[in-house]
Design a protein around this ligand. Structure first.
Ligand SMILES: Nc1ncnc2c1ncn2[C@@H]1O[C@H](COP(=O)(O)OP(=O)(O)OP(=O)(O)O)[C@@H](O)[C@H]1O
Ligand SMILES: [Mg+2]
Length: 361
């Protein structure tokens, strides 16, 4: 059943709420053709934010959205850029194909139909082209288009470019980005170590984009929206926010489960039951994940999940019968696997559901 609280799909414009300050920041950025780097823990709402912003600004800007989560090669990356560009305009198919044919130097395009949705889109044909040729065609076309349009290019899961190692994609992007006019780049991503290393001092992309940490949604905004659909008090919304540790996806998931009983006044008990249901539904996959870890890493994960900080204390080491050095190297290993993350001196598990699952082990 669909509800006004999406948690496993992106929200429609009507379902999207909050983020007033972020919209303002985005508006200012693109107005002056500056660049922005939006980062946060996972599932805070980065993709929802940029998608909704694009929908609301598609008259004034040519918006190009690329998700590079699953790229496995540089060719993949270039192909995705081309595909996003080819499908960016809001024209009819015939006009678009005509426009693209005169825009691209080498890439040809053809219409394709999605067998699930029966919607048409445009497919770049790239079989005979090299990576360099594709990149050139993409950025050349972008520059041509920027003579008559203001453009925003959003690259989601941008940290994935670090997984391409046979070319220096960041250095290449720098060259193209520096030359631009009338084009804003918005980079989005969640793997903080990878992302920050791409934009840190002395890296090619250093200072090419203003970083913006996407904070959790405002409690007030959540309350204002949810009380339209639920019998819910401010205190309960605060409670949901607290147990979700501000993770948008979990907040939405709980609100969705509340919506299934929307005729009732929501109580803490109902919220606790919903939380348990969410954790249970992931039990199988978390067990599998947990079993891939060695013994010391399992212990380290438990300790991190429960204590968050100060866990090198002797009492804790004794309780879990683990040596300080062993714990340290296991924590480092979990960190490298991105199973845990760190903010100041506090560790956490970025997937809130998994964190709660671990706490209950
Ligand atoms: N402003 C919002 N209004 C309503 N729902 C939202 C909002 N922001 C996020 N959500 C919901 O929260 C869930 C997670 O959001 P989203 O996928 O945008 O996060 P993300 O930061 O891109 O996550 P990931 O790091 O996994 O890519 C989505 O199901 C979405 O519907
Ligand atoms: Mg996302």
């Amino acid at each position: 059943m669909s509800s006004p609280f999406p948690y496993d799909r992106l929200p429609t414009q009507d379902e999207f709420f909050g983020r007033v300050a972020e919209f303002e920041k985005l508006s200012q950025t693109v107005k002056y053709s500056n660049n922005l780097l939006i980062y946060s823990k996972r599932r805070m709402g980065k993709s929802s934010l940029i998608k909704t912003f694009f929908e609301q600004n598609s008259k004034e800007y040519l918006t190009i959205y690329v998700d590079i989560f699953d790229i496995t090669s540089k060719e993949d990356f270039a192909h995705k850029l081309l595909k996003a560009l080819a499908n960016a305009g809001k024209f009819d198919l015939k006009t678009t194909i005509k426009n693209l044919t005169s825009l691209f130097k080498r890439v040809r395009v053809e219409p394709t139909i999605d067998t699930n949705t029966l919607e048409y889109s445009i497919k770049p044909i790239i079989a005979t082209l090299s990576f360099e040729e594709m990149m050139e065609d993409f950025f050349h076309s972008l520059n041509e288009l920027s003579k008559t349009n203001k453009i925003i290019v959003a690259i989601d899961e941008f940290q994935q470019i670090a997984s391409i190692t046979d070319v220096k994609l960041d250095a290449m992007m720098r060259t193209y980005i520096q030359e631009r006019q009338n084009i804003s780049y918005v980079f989005l991503g969640s793997k903080r170590h990878l992302l920050t290393s791409l934009f840190e001092y002395k890296s090619p992309l250093y200072e090419l984009a203003t970083p913006m940490l996407l904070e959790p949604l405002d409690i007030d905004a959540i309350y204002e929206y949810s009380k339209k659909h639920l019998k819910v008090s401010y205190d309960i919304v605060e409670y949901i926010y607290a147990i979700s540790d501000g993770e948008t996806k979990m907040i939405q998931n709980i609100l969705h489960l509340m919506y299934l009983q929307k005729e009732k006044e929501i109580s803490k008990n109902m919220v606790d039951d919903a939380l348990q249901e969410i954790i249970n539904s992931k039990d199988g996959s978390y067990k599998l994940l947990f079993d891939t870890l060695g013994n010391n890493q399992k212990i380290a994960l438990k300790i991190v999940g429960i204590y968050k900080k100060g866990f090198f204390a002797n009492t804790i080491l004794q309780e879990y019968n683990i040596k300080k050095q062993t714990l340290q190297s296991s924590v480092d290993a979990l960190f490298a696997k991105e199973l845990i993350d760190k903010e100041d001196d506090r560790y956490f598990i970025p997937d809130r559901t998994f964190e709660l699952w671990v706490e209950r082990l």
